[in-house]
Design a protein around this ligand. Sequence first.
Ligand code: GLY
Length: 367
Amino acid sequence: MTVIPVLGGRFAPYDVVVGRGLLAEAGGRIAPFARSRTVIVTDETVAGLHGAALRASLEATGVRVEIIAVPPGEASKSFTELERLMDRLLGLGLDRKDVIVALGGGVVGDLAGLAAALYMRGIDFVQVPTTLLAQVDSSVGGKTAIDTPRGKNLVGAFHQPRLVLADIDVLATLPERQVRSGWAEVLKHGLICDEAFFDWLAGEGASGAGGDPVALQRAVVRSVQIKSAIVGEDEKEAGRRALLNLGHTFGHAIEAELGFEEAALAHGEAVALGCCMAFRYSARQRLCPIEDSRRVESVFGAAGLPTRLGQAGAFSAEAMLARMAGDKKAEGGGLTLILARGVGQAFVSKTETPENALAFLKEEGAA
Ligand code: GLY
């Protein structure tokens, strides 16, 4: 078991605990934050898999437990579901001494986290992420949000959890495609700032992409260390935190063009493709050696992740560029892209021209 502190000057520090069998001992760890009652917010699938274990562990400490299960899937990140959830929390008469526990993947964490940020102007919440993607990314750092018809994650709040419990054993119940999808975010962390980690993920640690718990544990620990250090420096994404969006501007444009249809492309698959594109773009602009770009592509490909635009479908370069420019991460006239000088050397560029980006998208195969 490894405990990684998340320390930021502007928020209360908290621990991310990564280990095996954590669900069974979660009660003892959460109890200090739950002075009388705990509401587990989860989805119907995760409730069936892990709800009883978490409830039993909490009840063993003498805390009262309620479970609210929302429908699984991105559609639950909506005003409608948020309103329904708030109404149920109010109906339970939850107060500021109580705690919300988000048990699930990114959708549950985002929805329950936002509910916790809003309920009575903010109550404590704990993240118990059950997907690899949530363990290495969305459960850490306090971003919470819902989607609107105008775009994803456009309504939200920064609300840091009091504790994150990442139990590696729960990943065993995930479909293989979901593990690989989360693996893309793990690889992303190496690409941002840790070449030795990326090399390990490409070699000895590659079994993690197929579900090997020992490799997964090390991959989650290092990913959380990298993410927590960045978030500690820049909670509100005024600067360095944008590095965590490596692969996301291209990836987000691809997802938006596909209508965020999980069956067509999982989020991590879009990030994988986006990372490969960010490296190819960097090589095209002579910012990064072509060998690094080829290495990135081969490592993502070997992990069973898409690396070429054609694998995701047919795209219009103009439509993709419009999505990239309209992305909420865009600033001023130039396009904001996370680029790299090599593996482990990502940087934020705010001055990429739409002309270069358009030419690049056409070279990538967009019409
Ligand atoms: N997923 C990117 C961030 O948390 O900033």
